[in-house]
Ligand binder design. Sequence first.
Ligand SMILES: [Cu+2]
Length: 208
Amino acid sequence: MHQSSLLFKPVNSAASILLLLAFLTCSNPIPAVQADDSSTKDEAHSHEHHPVTGRKIASPGPMDTAKFLLVNEESKTAILPIIATYNDANYGMNFNGHHRGKAIYTVPKGWKITVQFQNMSPVPHSAIIVEESMTKKLQFSEPYFEGASTREPLKGLVKKDEFSFVADESGKFAIACGFPAHSASGHWISLIISPEAHTATLVFPDKP
Ligand SMILES: [Cu+2]
């Protein structure tokens, strides 16, 4: 008798943990990265179970260049969807899964750049355009181009923000996290403003 009541307790708590996990999984909708919402198909009745991670997104999927760069050559516009804590790389201090310059955007000089920032983590992050040589600094006061940061980059934010600027000067820049010490810890990727480039590109130097 005594043993059966002892046995019952672990089963109970295991069940409540499962219930809690189920609740957490359901209450964390997978955010849409792009405006296109066609992914909300009739998947409600499928029996796929997403693993529960610390991030709000369940599975990042394969790296996809097209997903992270939208180019309009006619209007000379580049849209950069920049997702902080896209996965667990560099303890979450990554943009689109990359850190320390291991993703390189190149945009022609004079183009308009729009950064669509999204943070997948409960830890605040931000995005600010600085010179690449500044990335070792513990914090930045101002973006290099006027208006080229999410709001209050030092404080960071946990949701979405967007900013645009005209890349009217060429050079080696970085899309860095403005939260203190994050950029110095590698939370930045590269942005080259090129006088020679004819279109915007995104490359990953470590990938073949
Ligand atoms: Cu950060």
